[in-house]
Design a protein around this ligand. Structure first.
Ligand code: SAH
Ligand code: SF4
Ligand code: F3S
Length: 469
């Protein structure tokens, strides 16, 4: 869940309020921010809880099982609010909305509008329609699930980014959708085909963010390394070079990449573009060629390992991360052993692993050779043990180093402030005795300062300010 309210500077004149709850990937987080910004333009304030909100949006994710049930469960929790105040507008957005469409309104009549990831730019117009329909004594039931990604991008450029009060690190979506059709995945159905945003639009958004104090940008796309400017043919490495020129931007990241879309220039950029951070999320999903083929990943385990080596040749300290699907249909003990061997060989800084979850409408869900849940669970535990050991080793290797840390968010822990290392590790710094953590954070927010790492943990590092960088 995302505390949107803190991110948007409320306009004092806006008397209506909106609450957006976000599920799923960073692309949904970005979309929620943009929805909130569009709503602020339309006269709303963004708030932190649904309790007194005039408009509530659930921005949903459909990637793994029970996604739709979770949404109905959330809607059930909102029912008392709607019963108390019938004027509330409730919207279901995102990938479940795209997949379920009108079904949502028939199962949950309290919902006024259902709209997919490519249609939220129509939000202000949809709101007008809801108000108008209600004024005629009827109930609005809007369903918008087309795929006008180009229209979405155009709209993103029209609504300027609002000053971000919370974080000097921002997302910018540069690419939408997916044409890969991995046999387990719903994304090509929920987000539509691959569309790239034009370079000038991206540069303009990045410049605007930098002027508002953002110093780190993460470019987003389901296949971000497939990004290509329609007019110039420019690829991601070139875009990253242009972004590196923007004054005030100090760190660049991008996610998520597909191994098949990597080009030589993007690999080389990791040794040349000094603002590009040494962290790469490059999901492989499995280490068995038989399974990779059945997944339609279009590469072998050896090709992936060779790619990782090319990256490490230009950037030896690169932190690599991946996603793994465990118990894909037909996965035998040997196939799983091949995945374990790949993890051993690549040696990740961190990784995500999930039990395979059959998704309605995807080819793998129809496969008769589904793996037993208990087997999936046991294999998941095994791989997570290895991933966790690798992560711990990667973190331990930072002990005693002085790292440049970007302080981006206040810490959840009293007396501490938190930032991020170049490798994306959270780094906690205890503020000197007698000093107020909030005041220290306010002073260092958005700055990159040298921190000596004095302790390491599985998921984070601890350290103290150092002058020795
Ligand atoms: N575009 C990215 C990933 C998008 S989805 C890529 O190609 O890697 C994020 C992750 O969710 C995937 O990498 C995959 O590991 C996981 N995932 C997708 N569908 C899944 C399913 N049916 N069951 C389990 N995990 C799944
Ligand atoms: Fe899904 Fe595969 Fe596309 Fe990634 S590349 S979004 S896993 S279909
Ligand atoms: Fe989920 Fe849609 Fe993202 S299914 S992972 S929110 S693209």
């Amino acid at each position: 869940m995302d505390k949107l309210a803190q991110k948007i500077e409320a306009d004092g004149a806006n008397d209506k309020s909106c609450y957006i709850k976000t599920f799923g990937c960073q692309m949904n987080v970005y979309d929620s921010q943009r929805m909130a910004e569009a709503l602020v333009e339309a006269g709303y304030r963004a708030v932190d809880t649904p309790d007194d909100a005039d408009m509530i949006i659930l921005n949903t994710c459909h990637i793994r099982e029970r996604a739709a049930e979770k949404v109905y469960h959330e809607l059930g929790r909102l029912r008392p609010l709607k019963q108390r105040n019938r004027n509330i507008v409730i919207g279901v957005a995102g990938c479940v909305a795209q997949a379920e469409g009108a079904e949502i309104i028939s199962r949950a009549p309290m919902v006024d509008m259902v709209f997919g990831p490519q249609t939220f730019q129509q939000l202000p117009a949809m709101l007008d329609e809801v108000t108008q329909t209600r004024s005629q004594g009827r109930k609005a039931r809007l369903v918008r699930t087309e795929f006008p990604a180009a229209e979405k991008f155009a709209a993103l450029t029209q609504v300027p980014r609002k000053p971000i009060t919370r974080s000097p690190s921002a997302y910018v979506t540069v690419q939408e959708g997916c044409d890969k059709f991995c046999t387990f995945c719903v994304v090509p159905y929920t987000r539509g085909e691959e569309v790239s945003r034009a370079a000038p639009e991206i540069i303009a958004e990045a410049k605007g963010l930098a002027e508002q104090g953002v110093c780190e940008i993460t470019l987003l796309g389901q296949n971000v390394n497939a990004w290509q400017d329609r007019d110039s043919g420019q690829r991601l490495a070139g875009l990253l070079d242009d972004l590196a020129e923007i004054e005030g931007l100090h760190r660049l990241r991008f996610t998520t990449s597909h191994p098949r879309d990597m080009d030589a220039a993007l690999i080389a950029a990791h040794g040349q573009n000094e603002k590009l951070m040494p962290y790469l999320h490059l999901p492989v999903q499995a280490g068995s060629d038989k399974i990779l083929k059945a997944m339609n990943r279009k590469h072998t385990a050896a090709e992936y390992i060779a790619l990782c080596k090319e990256f490490r040749a230009v950037r030896p300290d690169l932190a690599l991360s991946s996603d793994f699907i465990i118990g894909f249909p037909g996965e035998t003990d040997e196939d799983f052993a091949a995945t374990m061997a790949l993890v051993e060989e690549v040696n990740y800084a961190q990784s995500y692993s999930f039990k395979y979850s059959p998704r309605p409408g995807t080819p793998a869900a129809e496969d008769e050779n589904q793996v037993d849940e208990a087997v999936k669970a046991a294999r998941l535990q095994t791989i997570q043990g290895l991933i966790s050991a690798q992560q711990t080793a990667f973190n331990d290797a930072q002990l005693g180093r002085v790292l440049p840390i970007l302080f981006d968010k206040p810490s959840k822990h009293a007396g501490q402030i938190t930032g991020r290392s170049p490798y994306l590790q959270p780094v906690h710094v205890t503020v000197p005795e007698g000093q107020d953590a909030e005041a220290v954070f306010a002073a260092v927010r958005g700055r990159i300062l040298p921190v000596e790492i004095t302790r390491t943990h599985r998921n984070s590092l601890s350290g103290q300010f150092s002058d020795a960088l």
